[in-house]
Write a protein that binds this ligand. Structure first.
Ligand code: ZN
Length: 734
């Protein structure tokens, strides 16, 4: 799913204004300071321990130069980061400052601009994508669904039957099956989803009395044995008996290892007004999570399991989905005036009896099936192929309001399919459908299903690049959710974080929009582990801050450390190794280690399995004037502390009153270091990571300290700035 940007853009505007004000002092002071520095041969750098401090033979301290109190635990006395966000970004060219128009790639705020005509997508090879079952299975097919649905547009209902054949992939007999009945999340305000989300997802709030549900009529075996009286709702996560999103179906006869069982179910879905990905908006219907979906039975070793068994979770406010691969054969009956978009491809033209129309779709090697219907859809189709993309029909189901924008949707889809196929591996399906919901159906927008995505609702006449961004984000999910089908209940970052990373790379490559990692890192105010059950985050903002933004920054940090080429190899290796399986964080770590031939344990322990960020601080600067053997010099002592995770070789810039500048690094593993620099002039300022190389540094306010302003003035201004900034950052966190 795509998180919304609009509020963030407003918040960014505010925070940038404030940063403008609060950085004025330092930027003025530093204005001439970022000239190429000259290393001064006479300075001494002790080993990174306190042993060298204090140095013997020190003469009297010169009090006017002792400007900072010693032992600052919080680093709040520090002046804030140099030049941020005016200063150009890191040496690799990423994250250029926000106030650098005409600097090549557009900064993040360019997302608000009307794009100039985008460069075209790679031209298509002669393409004749064939819509038929895959000649060879790409996945281990555990499920085979035959679904028959009829849309009742008056009653806002889907009446349907399901025939599911499930294969036991394990080594022991299985006595019961479990099904996700996701629409029951909207049954009442007492469900786990509604209690956790407060009836709100992204910016969409569910209206009062807006209910949705999935009622099971009967469940029978192939032999006609009725299991309906045996079924029971279970609540393994929270024991909330008002939650009916997970159903246990005890079988009449156990299913042996490798054996299959078929269950025939009839059921009715009551559609809510569009909320949390599904429902109706006027004539528009989004049928996501609309059938009883069997849970995943994990074999021993799958995702590190010690024993085989079901992976069972309810539908939570923050969680998305997890399912097994297989085949879907689906009939959908709608009023004759309706058009239907669906996962997979049509196996024959829709049959029209003058009153109703029945569509027939088929999809294989997918783990979900969604459809959308509307009498208003405007339909376009275009075949597309590149050397890495065997051939796909891009199908666009447009709300009429966006008819004139069809070229932008199609171009974004082509760029995304071409690039991701080039970077990670071929998109193997013959179709990719894009549904553009009406404006009031936006709660169903920005969502991914196998071979089908939804764009934002067609609200604005002239939307900014968010139109393209959501399309390329959701197409990214075809790779990191559709194929590398990780468990979104337990490790959502493998989906959203990876997709956000791929999205940023594509937006930069194809649309010239660079993310401002500096600003995004500053948003991380409540870092939490990335491998965490989605309902264990405090709220949706906390979930999004970590699973989307922090996860992406962790991948960007990794990219900075290994270089873009190696990072591309890591991502490709991971995807190729794990497509059509269910990878975990540990599997990704293994791919990273295999490609780099280095241990990443510390990195993963700190930034993935724990919620750490990087935070190095200049805490004290002390200067003594010393006369020795008739010579006078200044002994400058700079205390630097580590308050977060480690970073190898922290860059430090020392600037002296005579204009001399020295760049050094500290290996950064200890909790503290005191660096001593003897020079003919006192130190003027110290800046950590002046080129903003450290992506995960989220508290740059303490990364800089200046000595040559009046101490009272400096401290007073600083504390004001810190307080203001913290208030604002707390407010904008989503
Ligand atoms: Zn997403």
């Amino acid at each position: 799913m795509k998180k919304r940007l609009s509020q963030r853009s407003i918040a960014w505007g505010c925070v940038l204004t404030l940063l403008c004000g609060t950085t004025l002092l330092t930027n003025t002071l530093l204005g001439s300071g970022f000239l190429p520095g000259t290393a001064y041969a006479g300075w001494m750098l002790p080993a990174s321990s306190d042993a060298a401090y204090p140095r013997p033979g020190v003469s009297e301290p010169v009090s006017p130069l002792l400007l900072k109190p010693v032992g600052s635990a919080t680093g709040r006395e520090a002046v804030e980061a140099p030049g941020w966000p005016y200063v150009k970004g890191a040496a690799d060219g990423s994250s250029k400052g926000i106030f650098l128009p005409g600097d090549g790639a557009s900064p993040v705020m360019a997302r608000l601009d009307e794009p100039s005509p985008p460069p075209p997508a790679p031209p298509s090879l002669p393409a004749r994508p064939i819509e038929k079952p895959a000649p060879q299975p790409l996945s281990v097919r555990i499920v085979e669904y035959h679904l028959n649905a009829e849309l009742d547009t008056e009653g806002k209902l889907i009446r349907a039957t399901s025939s599911l054949t499930w294969k036991n992939p394990g080594t022991v007999p299985v006595h019961e099956l479990y099904f996700h009945l996701y629409p029951n999340a909207f049954e009442s305000k007492k469900t786990t989803f509604m209690k956790e989300s407060g009836g709100k997802l992204r910016e969409d709030a569910s209206k009062d009395n807006n209910v949705g549900s999935m009622q099971i009529g009967t469940i029978k075996t192939e032999d006609g044995i009725d299991l309906t009286s045996r079924i029971a709702y279970v609540q393994p996560d929270d024991g909330n008996t008002d939650d009916h999103t997970l159903l246990k179906v005890p079988l009449a006869k156990a299913v042996g290892p490798g054996e299959k069982v078929t269950l025939n179910t009839d059921y009715t879905v009551k559609l809510p007004q569009v909320f949390a990905r599904m429902g109706y908006a006027g004539d528009f219907v989004m049928a996501g999570q609309w059938f009883p979906k069997v849970a995943v039975y994990e074999t021993k070793g799958t995702r590190g399991r010690a024993e085989e068994g079901w992976n069972l979770h309810q539908y939570h406010g923050n969680s998305e989905f997890y399912a097994d691969f297989g085949i879907f054969d689906v009939r959908i009956k709608v009023p004759s005036s309706y058009k239907v978009a669906a996962t997979g491809f049509p196996i024959r033209p829709a049959q029209d009896d003058g009153k109703t129309k029945t569509y027939a779709f088929y999809a294989d090697d997918v783990h979900d099936f969604a459809w959308a219907a509307s009498p208003h859809f405007i339909y376009y189709e275009e075949p597309y192929a590149t050397p890495q993309l065997p051939g796909v029909r891009i199908k666009l189901y447009l709300d009429p309001k966006h008819e004139k924008l069809k070229a932008r949707y199609i171009a974004a889809a082509k760029k995304a399919l071409a690039r991701y196929s080039q970077w990670y591996g071929s998109y193997p399906y013959s179709t990719l459908s894009i549904v553009v919901p009406p404006a009031d159906g936006n709660g169903a927008g920005g969502m991914e299903y196998p071979t089908l995505i939804t764009a934002w609702g067609a609200g604005e006449d002239n939307p900014n690049l968010e139109l393209e961004r959501v399309v390329v984000h959701e197409i990214g999910h075809q790779f990191f959710y559709g194929m590398a089908a990780s468990n979104e209940f337990e490790e959502a970052w493998l989906d959203e974080g990876f997709t956000s990373y791929a999205e940023d790379r594509l937006m930069e490559t194809e649309y010239g929009v660079r993310p401002n990692l500096l600003v995004e890192a500053s948003y991380i105010t409540a870092p939490a582990p990335l491998r965490l059950n989605s309902w264990s985050y405090k709220d949706h903002h906390h979930y999004a801050e970590n699973v989307y933004t922090r996860a992406k920054l962790v991948l960007k940090e990794m990219e900075r450390r290994v270089g873009a080429d190696t990072m591309n190899k890591i991502m490709r290796t991971y995807f190729q190794r794990w497509k059509f399986k269910h990878p975990t964080s540990a599997d990704f770590q293994q791919a990273v280690e295999d490609v780099t031939k280095t241990s990443w344990k510390e990195f993963f322990d700190q930034y993935v399995y724990n919620g750490m960020m990087v935070d190095y601080a200049v805490t004290t600067i002390q200067t003594n004037r010393i006369t020795e053997n008739g010579q006078t010099f200044y002994e400058n002592k700079v205390q630097i502390q580590r308050h977060g995770g480690t970073y190898p070789n922290v860059p430090i810039r020392f600037h002296f009153a005579d204009g001399t500048q020295v760049d050094k690094t500290w290996e950064g593993a200890d909790s503290e270091v005191i660096m001593k620099l003897n020079h003919s002039a006192p130190i003027d300022w110290v800046a950590l990571d002046p080129q903003h190389a450290i992506v995960l540094e989220n508290k740059r306010i303490n990364s800089f300290m200046k000595t040559n302003v009046d101490p009272k003035l400096s401290v007073r201004l600083n504390l004001g700035a810190v307080k203001l900034l913290e208030t604002v950052l707390g407010w904008i966190a989503w």
